[in-house]
Design a protein. Structure first.
Length: 162
């Protein structure tokens, strides 16, 4: 005798990550996102940059002060700050790619940090990185990575180190 699968049988195992979501309306909310515990292309959990650039317009978010998750529209997100350890590739998968310091303006909000130009040899400019498919780019700022919604970027300036 077989039983009907329950909704719990159909759930994908997830890992909760502490984040801060900065919304377009200026609110910043601390909480947790849930990424698949097993990635499709590498060992370990799905990295936040892979997750946010995946399919779907909405994602579940659990604010710290709430017992109830909310569904957030990606288009209303300016940036998501994640711990750097959660967004780093496995050292075996890491590539030696050039890095650039950039300043990003999103309306009245600015970010300055480092991007890694993990691109084909003939596409090594900041412009090429910005035009790579995906809605969000990864900006490394100290111990946090900021997944910035490219749709809301108004200006990018490459910071020249003299």
């Amino acid at each position: 005798m077989s039983r009907e699968p329950s909704s719990n049988d159909l759930r994908v195992p997830v890992a909760a990550l502490p984040v801060e979501v900065r919304h377009l309306d200026g609110r910043t909310v601390a909480g947790r996102i849930f990424v698949p515990a097993a990635a499709l292309r590498h060992d370990g959990p799905t990295r936040p940059d892979e997750w946010i650039n995946g399919a779907g317009r909405f994602f579940p978010f659990l604010p710290n002060e709430s017992a109830q998750s909310v569904l957030v529209n990606k288009e209303t997100v300016l940036a998501i700050a994640v711990p750097a350890w959660a967004d780093e590739p496995d050292p075996a998968d890491a590539v030696s790619a050039p890095a650039r310091v950039i300043s990003i303006e999103c309306g009245g909000v600015s970010f300055q940090g480092v991007i890694t130009l993990d691109l084909p040899a003939n596409h090594g400019r900041v412009l090429d990185y910005l035009n790579v498919p995906g809605e969000f780019l990864t900006l490394r700022i100290g111990g946090r990575h900021h997944l910035v919604n490219k749709r809301h970027i108004t200006r990018v300036i490459e910071v020249r180190e003299d």
